[in-house]
Design a protein around this ligand. Structure first.
Ligand code: GAR
Length: 201
């Protein structure tokens, strides 16, 4: 069975969807929800889903090895950022190469980077008169929102859209594609590992 850790600090609708998707079968376990906001709704969801949650601050994340050490002890196959807005420190990225992925509510490289999250993204997309937006799932590297793309899916921006209506459409896309993409990334890891074993023979 594969294990993932999810970093999430928002409402947690993606966490909910991922947990539901993998609730049948023995393929994946969510080992923990890591959250940097004590008032985030995702914590309530974690409790209801019986997933252990950890709330941490900047000191534990950036100025000590506490989060890194906890992650090493859990040894997740994948770390998933689902509504997590802090930049991941390089020491964590280095410890989990190609094992951290993020979902972003726009078509990267457009509307990415510092300050571009959630509603701010949708507001900018509408203000610029874009006809389409979408979601991007990508590997996390040292550059904010710049890691290699895994998948993108588009949707229309409709006349009269508000940040809220666009956010709702984007969330639907995320819920439809994020869990299956996680599954594919994990499968890919297994295939790569098998290739490695074959090559070693
Ligand atoms: C999602 O739309 C996700 O794409 C976005 O936060 C939302 C979290 O929703 N992430 C970013 O903006 C990262 N830059 P949720 O808490 O309901 O899953």
């Amino acid at each position: 069975m594969k294990g993932i850790v999810i970093f999430a600090s928002g409402s947690g609708s993606n966490v909910q969807r991922i947990a539901e998707y993998f609730s049948t079968g023995d393929t994946l376990r969510i080992l923990g929800i890591y959250c940097n906001r004590a008032d985030a709704r995702v914590l309530e969801r974690a409790k209801n889903l019986h997933i252990p949650a950890l709330v941490f601050g900047k000191d534990e994340f950036y100025h000590s090895d506490e989060i890194l050490d906890r992650l090493k002890a859990l040894a997740p196959d994948l770390i998933v950022l689902a509504g997590f807005l802090w930049k991941v420190p390089e020491k964590i990225i280095r410890a989990f190469p190609q094992r951290i992925i993020n979902i972003h509510p726009a078509l990267l490289p457009l509307y990415g980077g510092k300050g571009m999250y959630g509603e701010h993204v949708h507001r900018a997309v509408i203000a610029n008169g874009e006809k389409q937006s979408g979601i991007s799932i990508h590997y996390v590297d040292e550059n904010y929102d710049r890691g290699a793309l895994i998948m993108q899916e588009k949707c229309e921006v409709l006349p009269g859209d508000t940040p809220e209506t666009l956010a709702e459409r984007i969330h639907q896309l995320e819920h439809a594609h994020f869990p299956a993409t996680i599954e594919q990334v994990l499968l890919q890891q297994r295939n790569t590992a098998c290739d490695g074993l074959r090559d070693a023979k």
